[in-house]
Design a protein around this ligand. Structure first.
Ligand code: NAD
Length: 499
């Protein structure tokens, strides 16, 4: 059985731990490999390597840093399918979807290639007599990323390309459920010319995470995962004086107005609810539909859902793969049962369309109608292929319902009305809004993040927010007096003015 080990200082290192976790192939249910669950001593080795590498990397010219990113981009472009294969084998999502995730990560790498431009400061000539002021952005030092299972390549690439291009060195703690993609990316960064120690991958669970939070050397923590852990990361990192951004869970709503193109909206709902088996932080898990068109809409969604082909991610005909673990699959399935007992109408029961006794972690897509906001199928983040339908009396009720939810990652509206769309995007409480777009993940030159329980901390991820997060801004006020032109003043104890 292959044991996946840490990648520290440019090489694989076993570390000191005797603990390991199983990594499954969700399509077969078999254990594909094991991954070491590191100790704080292992983390120390990585942090020491990163701290040493920082001394040189922060002095490396912007163009050299940018060249490494360009080289990484080219290597990754050539190996998109290889990374996608690793993702499918450990996560379960279908290959085309895994490729899509790598490409969205690649966009962030491309953005990071422009780091010489991104780090340009501002400059004001003559803010006072013979005095100029300008700003510079400097790296923080060693920074860390802690990432979830659902995007094993894209989410690490939301973080490390920008952090590293900005001159920091990085310790990545990927999800222990699908750690291989991170290792391949780290190897490729070395092949692209990144010095050893600038990017390290340390595997583990709470022990490593707590080590990261407590480390005096680590200056910032970027986290993506469930809300409960995000809250913990945010409070602990702040308590240890670190800069922190912690993105949490989601319950994304799609509002269907009565004037919407119902067929178009139904296709969007099915794609966004069941793609990647619903294991996306931007998946649509609730459709809020105007009761005037609800019967027609639900009928369309049900018809399209029944047509979905579920199977192993490596099989070209599959549109939806298995869930990540058996435990998670069973937890998701339990919501279908609970929804029924709590009075919802189960239109499609995913347990019936699938042989639940196969070894793979499959669950068919499920559709639950007549859901109300007190039901657990509505309240909890399920993170699986279960779509809830909530019926409302008109647009205002829909907006109020969405805004009452504790999560606020993404929200979408389907309508033909520009006026309604404008009202929606202004009034809705969500970090990312789609108008006739169900999964509005911003492109790399914007930034990603939600509100309320979906994000703790003031900074969104990647884009210009990412550059701000991974750099410290310094303002310099500078004077080179020329005595002969009267620039030198005598003693003056007053607070300096600018006039
Ligand atoms: P998770 O919170 O279980 O794990 C995330 C990371 O935290 C992993 O690296 C894991 O090893 C670590 N971790 C787990 N338990 C821990 C503990 N007790 N103490 C310290 N660290 C711990 O999340 P997951 O199941 O891997 O991923 C799914 C979740 O991530 C969903 O809630 C999803 O909405 C969220 N997510 C959010 C976004 C976003 O952008 N907001 C993006 C992707 C995923």
């Amino acid at each position: 059985m292959r044991r996946l080990t840490h990648f520290i200082d440019g090489m694989y290192q076993e570390g000191t731990s005797t603990r390991a976790a199983n990594v499954y192939n969700p399509a077969t249910g078999e254990i594909a490999s094991t991954v070491t669950l590191g100790t704080k001593a292992d983390l120390d080795v990585a942090v020491t390597s990163a701290a040493k590498a920082f001394l040189e990397w922060k002095e490396t010219s912007l163009s050299k840093r940018s060249q490494v990113m360009f080289a990484f981009r080219d290597l990754l472009e050539r190996r998109v399918k290889d990374v996608a294969k690793l993702i499918t084998n450990e996560h379960g999502k279908v290959l085309s979807d895994a490729e899509g995730e790598v490409r969205r990560g690649l966009e962030v790498v491309e953005f990071a290639c422009g780091v010489p431009h991104l780090l340009k400061g501002d400059m004001s000539d003559s803010v006072s007599r013979s005095i100029d002021t300008y700003s510079i952005r400097q790296p923080l030092g060693v920074v860390a990323g802690i990432t979830p299972f659902n995007f094993p390549a894209m989410v690490p690439m939301w973080m490390f390309p920008i952090a590293i291009a900005c001159g920091n060195t990085f310790v990545l703690k990927p999800s222990e459920k699908d750690p291989s993609a991170s290792l391949m990316l780290a190897e490729m960064m070395i092949d692209a010319g990144l010095p050893r120690g600038v990017l390290n991958v340390v595997h583990g669970d709470k022990e490593i995470v707590d080590g990261i939070l407590e480390s005096k050397e680590i200056k910032a923590v970027s986290f993506v995962g469930s809300t409960a852990i995000a809250r913990y990361i945010y409070s602990q990192a702040a308590a240890h004086g670190k800069r922190v951004q912690a993105l949490g869970g989601a319950k994304n709503h799609m509002v269907v107005a009565k004037d919407a193109d119902l067929n178009f909206a139904a296709d969007a709902a099915v794609s966004a609810a069941y793609g990647s088996a619903g294991e996306r932080c931007m998946a649509i898990s609730v459709v809020v539909v105007d009761e005037a068109v609800a019967d027609d809409f639900v009928e369309l969604v049900a018809k399209k859902t029944r047509q979905l082909r579920v199977g192993p991610g490596t099989q070209e005909s599959s549109e939806m793969g298995p869930l990540v673990t058996m435990e998670h699959r069973d937890r998701v399935a339990s919501y279908i049962e609970t929804a029924s007992t709590q009075g919802a109408r189960v239109v499609i029961d995913g347990r019936e369309s699938i042989d639940m006794h196969t070894k793979g972690f499959f669950l068919g897509p499920s559709l639950v109608d007549a859901v109300s906001i007190d039901m657990s199928v509505y309240r909890d983040e399920i993170f699986g292929p279960v779509l809830s339908i909530v019926r409302v009396k008109g647009f205002d009720e829909a907006v109020e319902l969405v805004n009452t939810n504790s999560y606020a990652n993404g929200a979408a509206l389907f309508t033909r009305s520009g006026a309604l769309a404008r009202k929606f995007k202004r009034e809705i409480d969500a970090g990312m809004v789609g108008i006739n777009v169900p999964i509005p993940v911003p492109v790399a030159y914007y930034s990603f993040g939600g509100n309320k329980d979906s994000l703790f901390g003031g900074s969104h991820m990647y884009g210009t927010d990412g550059v701000s997060f991974f750099t410290r801004l310094k303002a310099v006020t500078e004077r080179w007096p020329e005595p002969n032109v009267g620039d030198v003043q005598g003693r003056d104890l007053n607070f300096p003015g600018t006039r």
